[in-house]
Design a protein around this ligand. Structure first.
Ligand SMILES: NC(=O)C1=CN([C@@H]2O[C@H](COP(=O)(O)OP(=O)(O)OC[C@H]3O[C@@H](n4cnc5c(N)ncnc54)[C@H](O)[C@@H]3O)[C@@H](O)[C@H]2O)[C@@H](O)CC1
Ligand SMILES: [K+]
Length: 526
């Protein structure tokens, strides 16, 4: 649980206050935390290569942490230099400063840090309140130009704890050690070029205190990718129940028990999208797959996906699906619609919105939904998953485009009742459900999960089609909207990370991705 909650500065302060009120001395906690930072630093940046360490010290407890780290590194034989540009300090920071000086640790001018092998950034943590200006801004700008590795304590100084906004300037870290609980701002896409590699440093915050502050309906969570993949005998801990892969199967399972998915995809212009979505759906292990495409694509899709039922649909002059033939939409456990559909297929989207089964809308399906009006979703009684990237999201929810991504996705999901999967480098998924770790009596509530690991290898046309197909397949097999969105997102991004290691980020085209989803899953769960 502690590795999954995302907190704001206020929540972090409230949890910290509970620890202090219960008797943990403030100074003891700083000592413990900074000791852990110093130990982790020694693993990441060994003394043999990073002997000279420059420490940036601010006025608050982030600076206090940095001074304890400075002292510990000094005792372990590093050449430490401290730069402490502010005149006033919080009392605990001040005493650590005095003690460091009494040990003979040099307090130097900024320029003298230029020859260091490593910089430790302890200027500001979650206490940053306003834009950084004047001399301090100049200091950060300068340090960023040196090209020396920087380890930031808690957050890169200058990053807003809650929104991730850059408060004027910010340190560009190579490594960030987030203390205790994940800070919300670390998950904003705009901070990714500032945080470097991010780790959480656990300092034994009692879980009951975290629960006391966050309550039973905590809204923002970080997905733990490791918990998605498991042997079928293992139970899920933390991530929403049954978002785990592979989906277990009873020995007597027959094909009609593992879902029938209808894909409505493709146009003459975007034939490949239909194939990629189909291959994603196929990898999900869905029992039956029916693919509705324009007539002219029928044989091409049949040749590539021989195990699917292919329905050729009448098409417009420009090769979009003009109408669905007499299909009984009741017989499908899920429908995924939109990949490569083209913007001529509005009538199709109008029809599938009324379908009496779970529905995934992607790509052109979303743009068409935006033109029909998001209110159309009110007619739906079954799960709906929308999978927009930011551009599609802004068309669907223009009034939310100024919000930060986490707030925006949360509002969109509560407005529509749908699961919203906002794609990006840190895909965020918001839906209304019970939390897996809670009792069944617990009411459903709005929750948002962020995928913390991905790769720019996925930034190419067609990756999203594969994802939509996988989600459709998982939905058809009975996963809830939120669980299917989480499982598919993690599976898709972890497969891409795995492939990028073998083929470079240039080598993960969507076809390779779709073809390797199952090899990755097998490799992960043996
Ligand atoms: N949460 C926890 O349980 C723990 C927190 N610790 C550390 O304490 C930090 C938070 O400490 P603080 O609350 O003292 O906050 P910070 O150390 O982040 O900084 C706050 C100080 O900076 C000043 N300040 C804020 N914005 C400024 C600006 N734009 N320009 C100039 N000065 C500005 C404030 O007046 C205040 O003096 C954490 O980030 C972490 O490093 C650890 O020591 C121990 C455990
Ligand atoms: K910092």
């Amino acid at each position: 649980m502690l590795n999954q909650v995302i907190v704001t500065a206020d929540r972090m302060r409230a949890i910290e206050s509970l620890m202090f009120a219960a008797g943990m001395p403030v100074a003891a906690l700083m000592e413990k935390v900074a000791g852990l930072i110093a130990r982790r630093l020694a693993e990441i940046y060994p003394i043999a290569t990073y002997r000279r360490v420059g420490i940036l010290v601010g006025s608050g407890h982030n600076g206090g942490d940095a001074l304890v780290v400075a002292r510990e590194l000094w005792h372990r034989g590093r050449e430490v230099r401290v730069y402490s540009p502010l005149a006033k300090h919080k009392p605990l920071t001040r005493v650590h400063r005095c003690y460091a000086q009494s040990l003979g640790i040099p307090f130097v001018d900024l320029e003298e840090l230029k020859t260091c092998d490593l910089i430790v950034d302890g200027l500001f943590g979650f206490g940053l309140e306003r834009n950084i200006q004047g001399e301090l801004a100049g200091i950060i700008d300068k340090v960023n130009t040196w090209g020396i590795p920087i380890l930031s304590i808690d957050l890169p100084s200058g990053i807003h704890t809650d929104t991730g906004a850059v408060m004027g300037v910010a340190i560009r870290a190579t490594h960030t050690l987030c203390l205790g609980l994940w800070k919300r701002g670390l998950f904003a896409e705009s901070t990714l070029s500032y945080v470097g590699q991010v780790e959480r440093l656990d300092f034994d915050i009692p879980e009951f205190m975290v629960r006391q502050v966050l309550g039973d309906a905590h809204a923002e969570w970080r997905i733990d990718p490791k918990q998605i993949f498991r042997h079928s005998s293992q139970s899920s801990r933390g991530n929403p129940a049954s978002s785990c892969l592979p989906i277990p199967r009873a020995i007597t399972t027959h094909k009609y028990q593992v879902g029938h998915l209808l894909l409505i995809v493709g146009s003459q212009t975007y034939g490949g999208a239909a194939l990629l979505a189909s291959l994603g759906a196929k990898a999900s292990g869905v029992g039956m797959l029916t693919i509705a495409v324009p007539n002219s694509l029928r044989l091409m899709v049949l040749a590539q996906v021989p195990d699917a039922l292919i329905i050729g649909c009448p098409e417009t002059d420009r090769g979009a699906i003009a109408q669905l033939p007499e299909l009984d939409l009741h017989k499908y456990q899920a429908i995924a619609c939109g990949c490569g559909l083209s913007l001529e297929a509005k009538a199709i989207v109008e029809r599938v919105i009324k379908a009496p089964c779970p529905l995934v809308l992607d790509a052109d399906g979303l743009t068409l939904l935006a033109s029909l009006g998001i209110d159309r979703l009110k007619a739906r009684s079954q799960a709906t998953i929308l999978t927009p990237h930011w551009g599609e999201f802004s068309r669907l929810f223009p009034e939310l485009k100024l919000e930060d991504r986490l707030t925006a996705v949360q509002r969109a999901a509560s407005q529509t009742g749908a699961t919203i999967l906002l794609k990006g480098a840190r895909t965020a998924i918001s839906f209304c459900d019970r939390l897996a770790t809670s009792s069944l009596e617990m009411p459903e509530y709005q929750q948002t999960w962020v995928n913390p690991e991905s790769t720019p290898a996925l930034a190419r046309g067609g990756s999203g089609d594969v994802l939509a197909g996988v989600i459709g397949g998982l939905l058809a097999q009975g996963m809830t909207g939120g669980n299917a969105a989480i499982a598919a997102t993690v599976w898709h991004s972890q497969t891409a990370i795995w492939l990028a290691k073998q083929r470079t980020e240039m080598g993960v085209d969507p076809l390779i991705l779709a073809q390797n989803l199952l090899s990755f899953l097998a490799h992960k769960t043996v």
